[in-house]
Design a protein around this ligand. Structure first.
Ligand SMILES: [Mn+2]
Length: 273
């Protein structure tokens, strides 16, 4: 299964998009992850009828409940973080965000952060592109949102694919966020093989080293051959850049390590007089 192969490829963290208790035996999953020494993170996005950035109080309270349940589910499988689009629905909006919706979302995330802190689950908000939320598209917006929650338990979940679309300067955004980055997705501009797109990963790794980033870097790629149908639709995966996940995983691991080592070497070289 995916967990065994993740460990075989040398990855130390696996991320599950949504937890489907009806489809997996979560208890067994937790034990297997522990025996393989692989950490579990979970990401998700809210459905439209549970949108905490809505002005509809029923949707907001349903969303709060879903987030609280998700935190507990992550804790129960021995996971250590909940990320993704937790502050709004994961959808292409057809309306502008509103001040009231923003405030509703800030309050809901602040409440969720308290629950997450008690459960020892990190809460990280993924900044995504304009087609997948209307609320937080840039790192600067995310930092403002976090400061309004007043919580020290909320961090940013940045993703190179989204940053490539929205940030004027992704590396500068990483430096701006600094120790507020709690989780990091590395993905190519076409969400396929790293190196096959336009993202300058040298600049990304230089910035991550500059801020002394020590948390997880998780490779994210999509193909309808392995990714859940609902998630593929939400992410607009209409064509597959790959079908075999084993060579993809092996390549990504090598690519990330190579880029990381290159960046470290550049620092040493540049430090010389
Ligand atoms: Mn992502």
């Amino acid at each position: 299964m995916a967990l065994n192969r993740t460990a075989e490829h040398g990855y130390r963290t696996i991320e599950f998009a949504y937890l489907r208790p009806e489809r997996f035996n979560l208890d067994r999953l937790a034990k297997l992850a522990q025996s393989l020494d692989v950490e579990i993170g979970v990401t998700m996005g809210l459905p439209v009828d549970k949108d905490i950035s809505s002005e509809d109080t029923a949707a907001v309270s349903a969303g709060r409940q879903m987030l609280a349940d998700a935190v507990r589910a992550v804790r129960d499988i021995g996971g250590n973080k909940l990320g993704g689009i937790l502050y709004s629905a994961h959808t292409k909006y057809n309306r502008q965000p509103t001040k009231k919706g923003w405030d509703n979302s800030v309050a809901a995330i602040a409440a969720t952060a308290d629950i997450a802190k008690d459960a020892s689950v990190d809460l990280v908000l993924e900044i995504v592109n304009r087609f997948e939320t209307n609320l937080l598209n840039t790192t600067a917006q995310g930092l403002k949102f976090i400061s309004e929650t007043g919580s020290d338990h909320v961090r940013l979940h940045l993703d190179t694919f989204h940053m490539n679309i929205e940030e004027a300067n992704p590396a500068a955004a990483i430096r701006l966020a600094g120790d507020k980055i709690g989780y990091f997705h590395i993905g190519e501009s076409n969400r396929g093989y790293l190196g096959d797109g336009v993202i300058n990963f040298d600049l990304i790794f230089d910035a991550l080293l500059d801020i002394d980033y020590k948390r997880d870097i998780v490779f994210e790629s999509f193909s309808t051959t392995v990714v859940d149908e609902g998630l593929s639709l939400a992410c607009a995966i209409w064509r597959d850049t790959w079908t075999e996940n084993d060579p993809l995983a092996a390549h990504a691991k090598r690519y990330i390590e190579l880029k990381y080592q290159d960046a470290k070497r550049r620092r040493v070289t540049n430090a010389r007089p």
